[in-house]
Write a protein that binds this ligand. Structure first.
Ligand code: ZN
Length: 482
């Protein structure tokens, strides 16, 4: 047998393993790395946003922690084939799964080991399909777009690329995988080929998001690659963490990423009874891929922090884990959760790997919880960079939209006096009402004919400043830094 003859079966094996081992194959790191390459301050801004959420989580009053926070979702089905045009039922199912997992209503939470059950957290987030589109028209919260794009993961997986990678990497499987997948995506981006974010762009075969400040956009589409004539998932989903929202203190990141905010899910991994999930084995199950990606959307990282035991996910109650060792584990051979429980990739940590966690990288079938600290971060993000999702469910009239343009609040963020100005109207004719992010009116001192508010007594967080008259209600968000 020639050397090439030996190599081919090996490489084929690699790719079978590749799909089997990467059970929650998530594009988070790849997607964020691409942005980091594009924008040098991106990672720093993500970290700053996370730190700010942690600060809010630590200082936020506990009474808030039981409130159910409602967010509205739009699902964009972008399909090239009939099977990719998933039925409404799968979408309803997926929303139900999100609601169970983010409200600790999932039945399998009972399966968590006692040490972890004790620190499981209820995120208290309710997902509803939007009933009103951005123009104020009634909607099912579902859009359907036929596309010419066969897959939004554009990888040139020809034999030449694989042989080239293996020539550089020898038989190092991780190295080959990185070269082909990451290198391929970068090459595709550079050459102007299809990019993963194109699904969010009407001019590139996808569909533009609905206002990403107000809606959680979920795109369901094909993320498969062709490998030697076989179609297999390259990525099951990806989402960007919150960063640089206009209402969030952020000096270092000016680029507007709102056009790519949201969650992208491979069509076979969406919903609970998706026939395609059977083909994915333990890669995807029960709609948990979307739960995982939604965790990223609300600022969570993988439990292993995408690194070794020294790399932290920034969350205090998740145990350390080693990304590389976890990636080597083969869930096909460890289908029983009890067997996975033996895994401890960072033994110096006094807890085993938290395979129960939605943000862990082990078999998705054993996942059933977020931790309390993870939950605090997600809720803090909903008081910060994701705050627009809350409390803005009602329509603004055309006059309100126009009046809002002339409504200024500054400085934002503020710790003391907030100044208000309003073009085209006499601001003294309005009632000034300040609400917290849950819609409750808070007591503040308004002076100088409605042009100044004393915010110094308020707890840190995001507030809505309302100007209310008989015909108009206009709102601005403001961050308070106390
Ligand atoms: Zn992930």
């Amino acid at each position: 047998m020639t050397k090439k003859g030996l190599l081919l079966p090996f490489l084929l094996l690699c790719f079978v393993q590749f799909s089997a081992a990467q059970h929650t194959y998530c594009g988070y790191q790849k997607a964020t790395n691409q942005l980091a390459n594009q924008f040098p301050t991106y990672q720093k801004a993500v970290q700053q946003t996370f730190d700010e959420a942690k600060r809010i989580a630590a200082t936020s009053s506990q009474s808030r922690s039981n409130d159910l926070l409602q967010v509205q979702v739009v699902v964009h089905v972008v399909h090239n084939t009939t099977v990719q045009n998933i039925p409404d039922e799968l979408i309803y199912e997926q929303i139900e799964i999100l609601n169970e997992d983010f409200q600790s209503l999932n039945q399998d939470q009972e399966n968590a080991r006692d040490i972890f059950k004790a620190i499981a957290g209820n995120a208290g987030i309710e997902f509803v399909l939007a009933t009103e589109d951005p123009d104020g028209n009634p909607t099912s919260g579902i859009t359907r777009t036929e596309t010419e794009v066969e897959s939004f993961v554009d990888l040139d997986l020809d034999l030449a690329a694989i042989l080239e990678a293996s020539a550089e990497c020898g038989l190092d499987f991780t190295c080959i995988q990185e070269k082909i997948l990451v290198g391929g995506l970068e090459e595709s981006a550079e050459s102007g080929g299809v990019q993963m974010d194109d699904v969010k762009n009407s001019e590139r075969g996808g569909i533009d998001p609905w206002d990403t400040d107000r809606y959680i956009n979920i795109w369901v589409t094909n993320l498969n690659i062709d490998f030697l004539g076989q179609s297999m998932p390259a990525i099951l989903g990806f989402a960007y963490p919150p960063v640089g929202a206009p209402n969030w203190p952020d000096e270092i990141f000016e680029s507007d990423l709102s056009s790519v905010a949201g969650v992208v899910i491979h069509h076979e991994a969406f919903g609970k009874s998706n026939a395609g999930e059977g083909l994915l084995g333990n890669l995807a199950d029960g709609g948990r891929t979307t739960t995982h990606e939604m965790g990223h959307y609300f600022g969570l990282r993988h439990v292993h922090g995408d690194g070794g035991c020294g790399e932290d996910d920034g969350i205090d109650d998740t145990p350390a884990a080693d990304a590389e060792q976890q990636a080597q584990a083969d869930p096909e051979n460890l289908p029983v959760c009890e067997e996975l429980y033996a895994i401890d990739t960072c033994p110096e940590d006094d807890m085993p790997d938290m395979v129960e966690n939605y943000m862990d990288y082990n078999a998705i079938t054993c996942q059933n919880m977020f931790t309390q600290e993870q939950v605090k971060i997600m809720r803090a993000m909903l008081q910060g960079p994701r705050a627009g999702l809350l409390g803005q469910m009602s329509t603004s009239t055309a006059e309100e939209v126009a009046a809002t343009q002339g409504f200024k609040v500054y400085p934002n963020p503020t710790a003391n006096t907030l100044n208000l100005s309003l073009e085209g109207y006499d601001i003294a004719d309005f009632e000034v009402r300040v609400q917290n992010i849950l819609g409750a009116t808070v007591n503040v001192n308004v002076t100088n004919g409605n042009t100044q508010i004393d915010m110094s007594e308020l707890k840190g967080g995001v507030y809505l400043v309302n100007l209310v008259s008989e015909n108009l209600q206009i709102v601005k968000k403001v961050s308070v830094l106390n």
